[in-house]
Design a protein around this ligand. Structure first.
Ligand code: FES
Ligand SMILES: [Fe+2]
Length: 386
């Protein structure tokens, strides 16, 4: 967001707070629980959303140097391999050998390689995805054309530091799929210069939407996060805007109320609020003052989601390769806190899923002030062609 937008949004939140107002939807919204538990629903979601929509999968700085790679997961168990090639371009391949489908690098691994050699029979690919060597190829595979056995590549684009792919390797990303305001948001967060501080992944037994929903409402702050977030935030207050499926949400903190006593040039959204960018399907960016959490939700089943979480922080202040002890202390503390707060959400998510699967209560309701959830589902239904 630009400076004008930042000021407009701070004014908007101060006004909402002063008037005891909220960003209301016209009515309460009710949905059946099918969309969280049904196998058929999940299949449809996989086909129409996760295999069709442009997807944010990572930041380019997760592979900062030539030869760097990271393995990532996508829907249907599709493993991705993101690489920075010898021309400094980020490229995304299926992490699948063209010989007999073995995984080239282990899931969750990262590192730096000039070439990728399959652990099964050593078919070897360059960072440009080309099959460059295969033992005894000429005698064993003489009727195959080596040039047609390069890695499967996904059309990808780096937009101000965020990497998007089209999940269907046969299709290209449309030119204008991302609204400029979202692209500006990545600039605002300085994504291009952030460094990976920590990475972790794990599986939560809950539908991905339950987990995403917790990221775009503040109604639960005073209750579910009463000892962690609640002391610092303005309770059930938030404001959001959306562009197509993409959404930016502002979750104001108590210092935002001091804005009235400060000159506008002292207003700083990153200090006064958490900013969330929701990039369906499955990616949430949570910007706090000193760090950004990338939370990627990869659905495995209606009631199971793999979370790939990356903590991004500013590069070391003194220009060296590593953070000072003092900086590390701050990042460690923040890392612990983020994990702690997310765990509060995930534990709730798992109980919600289990209860939904019991089928005892067949509906859920979004309150008028949970309007971002209503919008999220309105757009979701559009993409699901409901
Ligand atoms: S499966 Fe990769 S070399 Fe055989
Ligand atoms: Fe939460």
């Amino acid at each position: 967001m630009d400076r004008q937008t930042e000021i407009r949004l701070i004014k908007e939140v101060v006004e909402l707070h002063e008037n005891g107002d909220k960003q209301f939807h016209d009515s309460t919204e009710t949905h059946t629980i099918d969309r969280y538990v049904s196998e058929d629903w999940f299949k449809r979601e996989t086909q129409l959303i996760f295999q069709q929509m442009p997807a944010a999968i990572a930041t380019a700085n997760e592979v900062p140097n030539i030869g760097d790679y990271v393995s990532l997961d996508w829907i249907n168990g599709l493993p991705l391999l993101m690489v920075r090639d010898k021309d400094d371009q980020v490229r995304v391949y299926a992490n699948v050998c063209r010989h007999r489908n073995a995984r080239l690098v282990a899931t969750g691994s990262s590192g730096c390689k000039r070439r990728f050699s399959c652990p099964y029979h050593a078919w070897t690919y360059s960072s440009e995805g080309k099959l460059i060597a295969a033992p005894e190829f000429e005698s064993g595979f003489s009727d195959l054309n080596k040039d047609e056995l390069n890695l499967i590549e996904f059309d990808s684009r780096v937009i101000n530091g965020m990497v998007f792919i089209h999940p269907d390797p046969e299709q290209k990303l449309p030119d204008d799929f991302l609204h400029e305001e979202m692209a500006l948001g990545f600039k605002y967060l300085d994504l291009e210069n952030q460094r990976v501080y920590a990475r972790r992944d794990y599986v939560i037994k809950a539908n991905w939407k339950i987990l995403a929903e917790g990221g775009i409402e503040a109604y639960h702050f005073n209750v579910a996060h009463k000892d962690t977030l609640a002391p610092f935030f303005l309770g059930n207050l938030s404001t959001w805007e959306s562009w197509g499926p993409y959404m930016r949400m502002i979750l104001p903190k108590k210092p935002l109320l001091e804005a009235r006593d400060l000159n506008e040039d002292q207003w700083d959204m990153r200090q006064m609020a958490n900013v969330i960018y929701n990039l369906p399907p499955g990616m949430l960016l949570l910007a706090q003052p000193d760090n950004i959490s990338l939370i990627k939700m990869v659905p495995l089943a209606p009631g199971e989601t793999r979370i790939e979480e990356v903590l991004l922080v500013n590069p070391p202040k003194n220009g060296s390769d590593d953070w000072s002890e003092e900086e590390r202390k701050i990042h460690e503390k923040n890392h612990y806190l983020v994990n702690h707060i997310l765990t509060e959400d995930w534990v709730l998510g798992e109980t919600i899923q289990a209860n939904m699967e019991s089928g005892i209560v067949k509906e859920i309701h979004f309150g008028r002030f949970e309007s971002a959830l209503t919008e999220f589902h309105r757009r979701y239904e559009e993409d699901m062609r409901l």
